[in-house]
Design a protein around this ligand. Sequence first.
Ligand code: ZN
Length: 117
Amino acid sequence: MAFKKLFMFLSMFLAWLSLGWLSSTFIFKLAGVDVTTQSFRSFRFVTIILGLCLLFLSALFYVVSHFIKEKERISKFIRCKVCGRKIPFDMVMCPYCFSDVRERKNELKEEVSGESA
Ligand SMILES: [Zn+2]
C-alpha cells in the first residue's frame, strides 16, 4: 500500500497534462495556425481554464500526498540466538536448529527496531 507514492505520481501526471493544455494554443501559434479569429480566442480560453483546473488538481494531490502517513513497516521476523537465522516472530522453536526461542519474545521490540522488512 503505497498511497503516498501513488498520489505523488498522480500529481506529476496531472501537472504534465495541465502543461500540455496550457501550452497547446501557443504551440498552434508556433505551428503557423491563424490565432486571430474569434473562435480560436474562445478555444484558447477553454484550454487555459482546463489547464488551470488540472494544475489545481495536481497541487491538491501533491498536498494530499504530504499529509498521508505511511504505516511504519514492522518486521515480522526475529533472529534465532543460536544459529542467527531469521525466523517468524510467532515461532516457538527455531525451524533450522530446533532451539527454544520462546524466551526471546520479550526482546522482540528491540529486535524489531533494528531490522528492516
Ligand atoms: Zn536457530
